[in-house]
Ligand binder design. Structure first.
Ligand SMILES: Nc1ncnc2c1ncn2[C@@H]1O[C@H](COP(=O)(O)OP(=O)(O)O)[C@@H](O)[C@H]1O
Ligand SMILES: [Mg+2]
Length: 315
């Protein structure tokens, strides 16, 4: 696997933070669309209208008195995730993967009881995890059970696939794998591994951790060079469809592959990070310009995904 220095990346058209903010986020994202993607409940409801699946919603807790229904609702569930609608960076998310009698087993293996989860719901409503500490809503959704082919690469957490979508075109993608350092979360700045994916095929390119090249997963020891994402064209089309749903011109679309349900949308991000370029060994700028220079943009998500696969494939 060839490594490319940051200096050479710049020559290859690496998008920097300032340019991203000014030329892309400010220019292509309507401010009025932000509340939609900064709220996971709103995102879920809106994308559903556009045929984009998310993990099944089990309960919405808007007010303290609704917490009393939680225990009954969770009675027969094997696994679920509780999250703050307005949370970010993995804060306030509790993932329950199993039951043992009255106890719930967390993704980390720790055991908690129902009163613990009820207090967690109370904290979410109080705004403990929302930006600016404003009151929030808690959502309980079905546990994502990662496709085993992909799950084996990730340490504890669910691997996710980040796709940058520009004007409805998927332009760059990476697989994010949780590590011990990232504490089961797939956030790169917390130490998750980013594996660039060929837009043309869904096959792995370079891999990075903390912006440095790696070839093996630091915990699982598995080689990262021959990963291939199944149903790749379907995933790209799904990401592309989020453009119609939100109107956001420049966004990060985070997908997971559920063993039973297939690709699901986890969340949308109106300010996607730039490290995806390191994982891909190439810059975003040439691709963004190719889209900006299109004389006749494609109308359907399927056509845009197809165009991206042909145009941005690495050869
Ligand atoms: N329904 C779910 N089932 C299993 N794990 C989940 C679920 N929802 C979230 N997670 C885990 O929590 C992490 C963060 O969730 P996400 O919805 O992306 O919120 P954030 O805005 O905090 O990044 C995911 O990367 C995944 O590991
Ligand atoms: Mg996330």
């Amino acid at each position: 696997m060839e490594w490319i220095s940051p200096r050479r990346l710049k020559r290859l058209g690496m998008l920097n933070m300032n340019r991203r903010n000014v030329d892309y986020i400010a220019r292509y994202n309507e401010r009025s669309s932000y509340p939609l993607v900064d709220n996971k409940l709103k995102t879920k409801l809106v994308v559903a209208e556009y045929g984009v699946k998310t993990p099944r919603l089990l309960q919405i807790v808007r007010e303290q008195h609704e917490i009393s229904h939680f225990r009954e609702m969770a009675e027969d569930l094997k696994g679920f995730a509780i999250k703050p609608a307005k949370g970010s960076g993995g804060k306030g998310i509790t993932v329950i993967t199993g039951r043992d009698g009255d106890e719930y087993i967390k993704a980390s293996g720790a055991r908690v009881d129902a009163p613990y989860l009820e207090r967690h719901l109370t904290n979410i409503l109080a705004g403990l995890y929302s930006l600016a500490g404003t009151p929030d809503v808690a959502i309980v959704e079905n546990l994502v059970q990662s496709d085993p082919d992909l799950a084996r690469y990730s340490h504890q957490g669910v691997p996710d696939i980040r796709i940058v979508v520009f004007q409805g075109y998927p332009v760059m993608a990476m697989l994010r794998l949780a590590t011990t350092a990232s504490d089961g979360k797939a956030n790169l700045h917390q130490g998750a591994v980013g594996v660039g994916l060929d837009i043309g095929t869904g096959r792995s390119l370079n891999a990075v951790q903390f912006n440095r090249p790696i070839t093996l997963h630091p915990d699982t020891g598995l080689a990262l060079e021959n990963i291939e994402i199944a149903a790749w064209d379907e995933m790209l089309e799904m990401a592309s469809r989020c453009y119609e749903a939100t109107g956001l011109g420049y966004m990060g679309v985070d997908l997971v592959v559920d063993a039973n349900e297939g690709p699901l949308l986890l969340e949308l991000n109106a300010r996607p990070g730039l490290a995806i370029q390191m994982a891909n060994g190439c810059g975003l700028l040439p691709r963004l310009r190719a889209i900006e220079n299109l004389k006749r943009p494609h109308f359907s998500p399927g056509e845009r995904a197809q165009f991206a696969m042909e145009t941005f494939a690495s050869r």
